[in-house]
Design a protein around this ligand. Structure first.
Ligand code: SR1
Ligand code: MG
Length: 409
């Protein structure tokens, strides 16, 4: 049965704030200068509020269905609890990289959190060709901090067990299992592409190496409970400001915030890395389709920057691992090599689903049709190349070269 609770509207938000003690001290609901619904994601309602003193607040409410599709696809609103728990756990590790949660309403599935309206959604910035220098490194640092701090390396045994138990998130995981790993190769009736790309999609789905890789990646996703990962870390789940990338009207040091972690669960660390990498490739494909080689190359440079941020942060925390008697530097080396290889595999899945599957990306969809065809084909070529290459040499510079060549063909 679909959950019953009142959905927020721009008209009811002020009353909601007034009636919630922990919020009424944060913002003056009697003098709002802004109160609008700005959610453009696939699942939730998002309201941004600002008062006459310039104080901001973000309210996010989970709907009991998938917004992208409508109430014909029910979806547990308890995902909001998963998001809150992940945001809090991640914020505790890297407060500068994760928005602060002020309050959670478990009856109406409403999260009140830090207003980030001085930041831009990274995907939108990349589409505009804006370069937030340092953002990819910071995104990698976030993944590294989470990989260490929520795992057996950073959490005492009991705390780890209770974190794992509380973050079991099957409804959201099934979405990923279906849309990211199965449907790129087995159309469940939700896939689509341009008629001109139909053969590309067919060749991709029928490539035996791709099918085998998707099966392996899906199994890793379902079984490798390494850390409390974000679970949906595409460039639309990252806000950016500064880094001379002119976001939010401010220059200065880059600020990165990873948000929207409702897909969080104990899963493979490399999945978050692969998500970022896939979306950098998609951004580069858009750049090349528009003839902007410099932007495409800038986007591909993000691959190494994210890996470096991740590796540096994980290595920085490694000396504090809980059991150095058995987890030595050889363990560290093995982990990093395994994750780098798995991340390319996950990237292949993540980029192909955005081309042929239900949920696409603005980077590709807003291209004129004549350019979209080539960009979509190029991304599928990259995904197939990653499947072939990732098991052999996962070195980031090497794979960047492979990707660059595939994007050009
Ligand atoms: C039905 S939800 C579609 C997609 O939106 C989210 O951002 C996830 O990526 C999910 O797969
Ligand atoms: Mg999302």
């Amino acid at each position: 049965m679909t959950a019953q609770y009142a959905f927020l509207t721009a008209d009811t938000v002020p009353d909601y704030v007034r009636s919630t003690a922990s919020l009424s001290s944060r913002i003056d609901a009697d003098h709002l200068t802004r109160c609008e619904e700005i959610g453009d994601g696939n699942l939730n309602l998002v309201f941004l509020l600002r008062d006459h003193q310039g104080r901001g607040l973000c309210l996010k409410q989970a709907l009991p269905y998938v917004r992208l599709v409508g109430d014909g696809w029910p979806m547990t609103p308890d995902r909001a609890r998963h998001e809150v728990e992940a945001l809090r756990a991640h914020h505790a590790l890297v407060p500068e990289l994760v928005p602060e949660v002020y309050a959670y309403d478990p009856e109406r599935y409403i999260i009140a959190m830090e207003d980030l309206s001085d930041h831009d959604v990274w995907r939108s910035a990349l589409i505009r060709g804006q370069h937030h220098t340092g953002a990819a490194h910071e995104a990698g640092r976030y993944v590294g901090a989470v990989a260490f701090g929520t795992s057996a390396f950073g959490l005492e045994r009991e705390a780890l067990a209770s974190s794992i138990a509380s973050s079991v998130n099957p409804d959201l995981c099934v979405i990923t299992e279906d849309l990211v790993f199965t449907e790129p190769v087995v159309d469940a009736g939700r896939n689509s592409c341009l008629p001109a790309n139909a053969l590309d999609a067919k060749e991709f789905a029928e490539d035996p190496a791709v099918r085998r890789a998707m099966g392996h990646a899906k199994w890793l996703f379902m079984t490798k409970a390494e850390a409390l990962i974000h679970g949906d870390l595409h460039t639309g789940s990252v806000m950016v400001r500064g880094g001379d990338g002119n976001g939010g009207g401010s220059g200065g040091a880059v600020s990165v915030k990873a948000f929207d972690s409702e897909f969080a669960f104990y899963g493979p660390v490399a999945f978050d890395l692969g998500a970022l990498w896939a979306n950098y490739v998609i951004a580069a494909a858009r750049g090349l389709a528009l003839g902007d080689e410099a932007h495409a190359d800038w986007c591909l440079d993000l691959l190494a920057q994210t890996w470096e941020g991740f590796e540096q942060e994980f290595r920085r925390r490694w000396p504090t691992r809980l059991d150095p008697r058995v987890w030595d530097d050889a363990t560290l080396q093995d982990l990093l090599l395994t994750w780098r290889s798995e991340a390319w595999l996950f990237a292949a899945a993540k980029m192909s689903r955005r081309i042929v599957g239900l949920a696409k990306t603005q980077d590709i969809e807003t291209l004129p049709e004549s350019q979209r065809e080539g960009a979509a084909r190029a991304v599928l070529h990259v995904a197939r190349a990653l499947v072939r290459e990732s098991g052999a040499d996962s070195n980031v510079d090497h794979i960047r070269g492979v990707i660059r060549r595939q994007l050009q063909t």
